[in-house]
Design a protein. Structure first.
Lengths: 270, 211
């Protein structure tokens, strides 16, 4: 319904879409296992209806809202974005969603709201990865943005992909998409959006602070301590042409977002 | 079993047949992954899948090679000794394919990337050192080299212990989250190396008692 009415998005010139099968079959969603194929195999039972999202913290209108109430006022549109994983592979994906800024304005953040914190569903009965004894991540998964990043027109909340509702492995029913940051910032299956004055404690940064910063902007000049971020494999890569391309600063969105970080040392604030 | 493996080895034909069996068996993973690659059935990221797969099989063959001596001593499986070199060479073979696949499919043989990976990435450096060690062991695995090196041959081939530890570090440093798989293999290695330490300690005690 709302999905079908979504305005079609502009393609990225010279970059073709990653085929649907790969977009929904090659995922990092550690709540469902560590392998790239685990989320597709193990997430299909995820119950996304009914779904509630808690809005809390520094806002004038906190509360718990059903997904329907959350989506109702927003016109959906398609956005074709690059997705650059911190593991140095990338895709081009046609998301369907709406501007996060529009949603944030509805709840009227107070002057103290400097950051937005997002939380993924925590339900070990549905998410086998949350039961794993060997996992080094603390659940629930938490991510966050600075307020100006959250309000940026490129930042969206997605509910669909390729013209359809999000499959569970892609973060159904509601996920964040921040195209100039490494993929792990684009948190999936959101159940809470909290406005804070302090920088949120986000999962990967808490797990390995030397390896994953709060900002996690795509940056070929700042390597992951264990591998280079200078290049990426655009998927699907084929063996005889591995499709290795140079990674671009802010994932190719520097014109739109570089000003957010003017004066910041991006080596320090990686 | 009707016929034990030791009995099979009593006849020349049996020995030959068993040799071929154990020679061809370790090629199955390679056949399988090539088949998957040719039929484009490796998912969105075949490069990563192949490199990881070959690395894992390298580790498995290394552990198999290292289990020959404990199995021989503990269970009296003398026949295993005949295949130790073969499985050592298969370890080198899969390690070389693993490295080759990494250079080809992940780095695309781009000189600046290769230079950086080999100078800056600890896990790549550690893996590369382990591979270099395996090459040295592989080259000196022939009868000619065994004779030429004499008692130094054994000393040189003790290098397999540090190599196995480096290989495990190489593996562990790659992990982003979830250490279950690494723990599993590390535990096996620990048992295999621990057995040798224990064996040596016991032998020394025996020697001391005799004096």
């Amino acid at each position: 319904s709302q999905l079908r009415a979504a305005k079609v998005g502009a393609p990225i010139a010279g970059e073709s879409l990653t085929p649907y099968g790969h977009v929904i079959g090659h995922n990092n969603f550690y709540e469902f296992g560590l392998g790239k194929e685990d989320p597709k195999a193990k997430a299909q039972g995820l119950n996304t209806d009914p779904w509630k999202v808690e809005i809390s913290g520094e806002v004038a209108k906190p509360g718990t809202y059903t997904l329907e109430d959350l989506l109702k006022p927003h016109a959906l549109e398609e956005r074709v974005y690059r997705l650059r994983c911190v593991e140095a592979w990338s895709m081009v994906i046609p998301w369907i969603g709406f501007s996060l800024a529009d949603l944030i304005k509805r709840f009227e953040p107070t002057g103290n709201a400097k950051y937005v914190e997002f939380t993924t569903l925590h339900d070990p009965s549905q998410m086998p990865g949350q039961r794993s004894f060997f996992s080094t991540l603390d659940w629930p998964y938490v991510e966050g943005l600075r307020m100006d990043e959250a309000m940026h027109p490129l930042t969206i909340l997605a509910v669909g992909v390729y013209g359809d509702a999000l499959p569970p492995q892609n973060g159904a029913p509601l996920r964040l998409v921040v195209p100039w940051k490494y993929g792990f910032k684009s948190i999936k299956s959101i159940v809470r959006i909290r406005f804070t004055e302090q920088m949120p404690e986000v999962t990967w940064n808490q797990t390995a602070p030397r390896e994953y910063g709060f900002y996690a902007n795509v940056n070929p000049e700042v390597d992951h301590p264990r591998w280079s971020q200078a290049t990426e494999r655009r998927l699907p890569s084929s063996l005889f042409s591995p499709n290795i391309i140079d990674t671009r600063k802010f994932n190719g969105y520097a014109d739109q977002v570089a000003h957010l970080y003017s004066g910041m040392d991006l080596r320090k604030w990686f | 079993m009707v016929l034990s493996i030791a009995e099979i080895h009593r006849s020349k034909g049996g020995r030959r047949a068993f040799w071929w069996l154990l020679f061809l068996l370790p090629l199955l993973p390679l056949v399988w992954i090539v088949h998957k690659a040719v039929s484009q059935d490796l998912g969105a990221d075949p490069a990563q899948t192949i490199v990881t797969f070959l690395g894992l099989w390298t580790l498995r063959y290394l552990l198999i090679t290292l289990s020959v001596t404990p199995c021989r001593r503990l269970f009296g499986w003398l026949w295993m000794q005949r295949y130790r070199r073969m499985y050592g060479l298969y370890t080198l073979f899969y390690a070389s394919l693993h490295l080759l696949a990494f250079a080809t499919f992940i780095l695309g043989w781009r000189p600046e990337l290769i230079a950086r990976e080999l100078s800056e990435r600890p896990y790549i450096i550690v893996g590369f050192i382990a591979w270099s060690g395996l090459v040295a062991l592989g080259i000196t695995s022939t009868r000619g080299w065994v004779k030429r090196l004499g008692r130094h041959w054994q000393q040189l081939h003790y290098l397999v212990y540090p190599i196995s530890i480096l290989a495990m570090i190489h593996f562990a440093w790659l992990i982003r989250a979830g250490y279950g798989q690494v723990m599993f293999y590390a535990l096996i290695l620990l048992v295999l190396l621990g057995y040798r330490v224990g064996y040596r300690v016991k032998r020394r005690q025996r020697v001391l008692q005799q004096h």
